[in-house]
Design a protein around this ligand. Sequence first.
Ligand code: FES
Length: 343
Amino acid sequence: MSGCNAQAIIDAQLDLTIEQVRERMQPYTARVAELQRRYAMKRGVLLQALWLIQEEFGWVPRIGIKWAAEVSDVSPVHAYGVAEFYTMYRKAPMGRFLIQVCEGMCCQLKGANDLIAHLEQALGIHAGDTTEDGLFTVLRVQCLAACGNGPSVLINDEFLYGPGELNEHQEGWSPSAADLDRWIERLRKEAEAKPQPDKVDSLGDIMLDTKGHPGSDGASGAPLPKDYAPPPPALKVKAESQGSAITVSCLCAPEITEASVERSTDGGTTWAAIGTIDVVKTPGVPGPPGGPKTPSYTDEIAVGSTAAYRIVAREAEREARPSAVAEVTAAAVSDDGEEGGKA
Ligand code: FES
């Protein structure tokens, strides 16, 4: 980042504490509460919470990601991964007008590099930088899904893909250097006429005071039915015999808290629950509580008989559909210690 006061903004915001961010985000309390009511689980709020940070700060400083994690009930590192993944979250302060030019393959073929070079020359900056007056930032980006009008150019959130207004689409039209000059001129005049840009609601003017999602905190709608949005079933179910002892194991999603083992001895026609096991975090797997979990259960059947096993995973009140079935025949352990069946 060069030019303008972007570095000064970054430096100032790097000194922010989480307490200061919480205070600054205080006016958003009602909006956050509304968002939290919209989702059965608070983590659904994360993307919008990051947008609110961007709305307030103009970009997403790291300490702002921590605030977004707090209100979404996820770990800071999870929120950081999400913020980093999406390019529309700004990782540094930008100019008032963000000009993004696609350098994807189609746009390259239609002269994207020439257009970027022209912009750099016209604004006196390199792509990635912001002009001294804080008005323009130019970024090279990947496919904007407007290849037919390439080289694709976005000015803030609007496409330049017609000779008239932004977002006025004309099929097959491509922006030229002269078009960009015209827009730079026009945007400069707009900034002169209105030194303070209008504040944009990053969430598109959300409605307040809805009932919220049934089952979410503070919602006044009907309680969530038990089978709504069931958790993922147990995966990789295995049944292995060591003589008459059968070990049933599987892999469960982090949110699973309990798994019931069911057995069928009539080829899967009828099932009976034979035990409930608490899933445990895999030893040695890094991460917060709630990382990958591998439960196992030991059953006993007569040597030579066959049984099928499946697992029904639960997350609190919610029940996953039964897992895939693993079938095993208990084989006698031979004298040399070789064991029997596996599924
Ligand atoms: S390659 Fe540029 S918009 Fe698709």
